[in-house]
Design a protein around this ligand. Structure first.
Ligand code: SAM
Length: 307
């Protein structure tokens, strides 16, 4: 398998993540092992890395890649199952938890995985192929209103109502089964200069919905705070505003020492702050990295430390 995936902001990720050389680390988005390799090269001989990926191809590739590495444990599970993985490994706390959200360059470039509107493939968009509903099921069977809401909420696409309406008209004649069929519907009703943006938003919306990405991210982040040792770090790379907002809000919430309604005479919430934010503003790749790896352009890195 020919893999081109350049790990994004690798030096910064490692600088924030690895604070104890012989500590225990978690990479929730193993992919093709770019960041996991960096973590293994940074931790000492007594360190441990637990890495997981929902994608079967990514998991199989990395299992081979790390077959001689004793310090890594690999899983083919969703990162929202971090608590179950920790139990299986008898790990009470991690020293660092990392995720590099979204899809890999390999998933985008592989025609059959159907993640990119640039390639013609079955309209699927599932990272975990055991999930019951794929993108074609959504596009061909959901109501016009539900489709519009999915495209608006998960893609922030203003034309969601119009796109949903036309999808429903087309599918009355013929089911929409491929990425190209869906792309053609969208480009026909969108001015040329908005083609790329609109296609990206609609495909992103369907991908987020099919993989339940926003809910799994929320669940993963919450469990991660529970599973970090004091001084341990949570480091997250996100690629669009919906993900980044979830990370930012969770970090903010976990820094608060009171969530009582404003004007309450005394504090009754017993809220305890659990995180200290390390990156006041998210870190983005510099021009050199963007020129070298165009897909890094939208990356935002946020890091926080367990109190
Ligand atoms: C951007 S890539 C990670 C690339 C990796 N850091 C590297 O350098 O090779 C994201 C990976 O996360 C996986 N992924 C996305 N959401 C996931 C989830 N909820 N649980 C586990 N893996 C997930 C995808 O299948 C993909 O392989």
């Amino acid at each position: 398998m020919n893999i081109h995936h350049i790990p994004v902001l690798i030096d910064k990720c490692l600088e924030y993540l690895v604070t104890v050389k012989d500590g225990i680390y978690f990479d929730g988005t193993l992919g093709f092992g770019g960041h996991s390799s960096g973590i293994l090269n940074t931790i000492g001989p007594g360190g441990t890395l637990v890495s997981t990926d929902v994608d079967q191809d990514a998991f199989s590739f990395s299992k081979k890649k790390f077959s001689d590495e004793k310090r890594i444990k690999l899983y083919n599970l969703n990162f929202s199952q971090i608590d179950i993985i920790a139990k299986i490994e008898s790990i009470q706390y991690f020293n660092g938890i990392f995720a590099d959200l979204g899809v890999s360059s390999f998933q985008l470039d592989t025609v059959e995985s159907g993640f990119s509107y640039r390639n013609n493939a079955p309209l699927d968009l599932r990272m975990d192929k055991s999930k019951v509903i794929n993108a074609a099921d959504v596009v061909n069977s959901y109501s016009e209103e539900d489709l519009a809401n999915i495209i608006f909420q998960n893609g922030e696409e203003k034309n969601s109502r119009k796109i949903a309406k036309v999808i429903c008209e087309v599918r009355r004649e013929k089911q929409i089964q491929t990425t190209l069929e869906l792309s053609n519907i969208i480009t026909e009703l969108t001015p040329q200069r908005f083609h790329t943006k609109t296609l990206s938003r609609v495909f992103q919306a369907l991908r987020i919905y099919v993989n339940d990405e926003l809910n799994t991210l929320k669940s993963f982040l919450k469990k991660s705070v529970d599973l970090l040792i004091p001084g341990g770090r949570l480091v997250i790379l996100s690629y669009h505003s919906l993900e980044d907002r979830i990370v930012k809000e969770l970090f903010k919430y976990e820094t608060l020492d009171c969530i009582c309604p404003p004007g309450s005479p005394i504090c009754t919430c017993n809220k305890v702050p659990r995180l200290k934010i390390i990156t006041k503003k998210p870190i983005s790749p510099d021009e050199i990295e963007i020129n070298n790896n165009f897909r890094s352009r939208s990356a935002k890195l946020r890091a926080a430390e367990r109190i």
